[in-house]
Design a protein around this ligand. Sequence first.
Ligand code: FAD
Length: 323
Amino acid sequence: MQNVLILAELGEGKELKNATLSAIEFGYSCLATVGGSLDILVLGSDTKDAVATLKKHGAGKVIVVEDPAFAHYLAEEYAPTVASIASSYGLLVATATTFGKDLLPRVAARLGAAYATDVSGVVTDGGELSFRRPMFAGNAIGYTTLKTAQKVVTVRQSEVQAHEAGGGESSVETAQRVAPSGNARSRIEHVALETVQSERPDLGDAKIVVSGGRALKERFFEVLEPLANTLGAALGASRAAVDAGYCPGDFQVGQTGKIVAPTLYFAIGISGAIQHIAGMKNSKVIVAINKDPDAPIFQVADYGLVADLFTAVPELVTALKNR
Ligand SMILES: Cc1cc2nc3c(=O)[nH]c(=O)nc-3n(C[C@H](O)[C@H](O)[C@H](O)COP(=O)(O)OP(=O)(O)OC[C@H]3O[C@@H](n4cnc5c(N)ncnc54)[C@H](O)[C@@H]3O)c2cc1C
C-alpha cells in the first residue's frame, strides 16, 4: 500500500504544463504494482483552470495551495509547502523537467526521503517498487529501490505517455502555504522571467522535432524554420550548435539538454554523438540528413539522406508544400 502524491507543474503559477500528465500516468502504474490511492497537489497563484483539468484524471482528491507567493517558481518558496503536504504520502512524483529536477531533491532532503531522478518505468522487486533508470547516457538501464519509508521520484516525460482524462471527477481540497523559515527566502528574489515567444509547439511536447547541428552555422533559422513551419514542428539543436551561438540554449537536445521522444525527429547536419543520441533515440521515426555517409547518426536513423543540407532541406520544403 503506497499512497502516491503527484506534484503538478504550472507555468508562472497559472497554466498547467502537459508534462504533469506523464507524472500522473506513472503514479497510476505504481499503484497498479503495489496498490494504494493517488492524489494531486497543485501550487500556484491562479490555479482555477489547472484544477479544472486535473479534476478529470480520476485522483482521490486534488489539493490546491493558492497564494500570490507562488506566482513565480522559486524552489525556496515551494519546497516547505510541498514537503509538508507530501509528508503523509509514501511516494511523491513529479515529471523530470527543470521544475521537477530543481524542486524535488530539496523536498526529498526535507523529508529525509531517498530520491531517484529520470525514472523511465517501474516494476516490483520482492513487493517493493523498483525504478528503472537510464545510466551512462542511456547505454545501460539500472533498477533502483529506495530504502526509506517515503520515496521521491522524477519521471521522464519522453518515456511515459500522457495520462488521458477519465476515471471520475476528483474532490478539491484547499491547503495553506507553509512559509519558508529563517533566511531561506530572503536570500533569493525573483527578478524576471524572459521566455522566447513562439508559435511553435514546446520542444518537450512536440510530435515533430526538426533539429540542426553545427553544420547549419549562422544559417540555422534561415534553413530550418521553413521546414519546421511547414510541418508544425518544434526546433531543436545539438550542443555544438547551441555553444556556437546559432540558436538559444533551450533548443539543446541530449544528455545535458532536453530528452525528447516525438513521432518524427529530423537530425540535420548532426553527427550523432552519443550525448545527442541519448536525448532523441526514443523518437518513433528518425530522419537524418548528413553529407558524411559514415556519420554515426545513420546507425539510429530510420531514413537517411546523404546530401548537402543546404540543398536538400529547401528541396524537401518545396516537395512538402507541393503535396
Ligand atoms: C559531458 C558532455 C555532454 C554533452 N551533452 C550534449 C547534449 O546534450 N547534446 C548534444 O547534442 N551534444 C552534447 N555533447 C556534445 C557532443 O559530444 C557533440 O560534440 C555534439 O553533439 C556535436 O554536435 P554536432 O553533431 O552538431 O556537430 P559535429 O559533430 O561537428 O557534426 C556536424 C555534422 O554535420 C555534417 N555536415 C557538415 N556540413 C554539412 C552539410 N553542408 N550538409 C549536411 N551535413 C553536413 C558533418 O558531416 C557532421 O556529421 C556533450 C558532450 C559532453 C562531453
